[in-house]
Design a protein. Sequence first.
Length: 239
Amino acid sequence: MTATFDPRTALVLFSGGQDSATCLAWALQRFTHVETVAFDYGQRHRIELDCRLAVLRELRAAFPAWGARLGDDHLIDLSLLKALGDSALTSERAIEMQANGLPNTFVPGRNLMFFTAAAALATRRGASVLVGGMCETDYSGYPDCRDNTLKALQVALSLGLAMPMTVETPLMFLDKAQTWALAQQLGGETLVELLTEHTHTCYLGERGQRFTWGYGCGHCPACTLRARGHARWLQARAG
């Protein structure tokens, strides 16, 4: 049987991390045409912008059918995010909790601005689906990762652009172990190994040490979540 794909064009917010790369694979399984967009906002872990190019290259090589549907990649300068407010993701600061209950890795308005910029780009690329790796199950408590936030944003974008704009968040209610499982379901061990080797999650931008789950410092919140999820996934596989 011939596979049936959603005829709409999807634009994936693709940072080069595990979650966004899994979402890219998810989109490539569903949509006729998929493009990617990343944002340079002065992030401390800017190495992710280099890693994402490796992920795109390896995806095309390992999955030719996906490569045929994978279109242009875009990079948008959003350095004003760093100018608007200091955080541990944009400055050399210790990662810690703040008085408001949020970690100081929270960049206010980041996802709101990401989706707004992506939606503007989408209108020029003929895309009507935006795909992001936001999740409110295993996450750092960021309010702009919540399902209600993004549902509200979908309505605002559609109204503001006078065209339907769908926001898809396939990982929203998955924990990190389930995200690893989804990757295996989408692309088998080939995709799991690709994500392990080439994606970047570490907030500190460290890629000097290779763990079973990939590269990183091993102790920042992003590395801790990724490592814990990988361990739970391996345990579930074992039985």
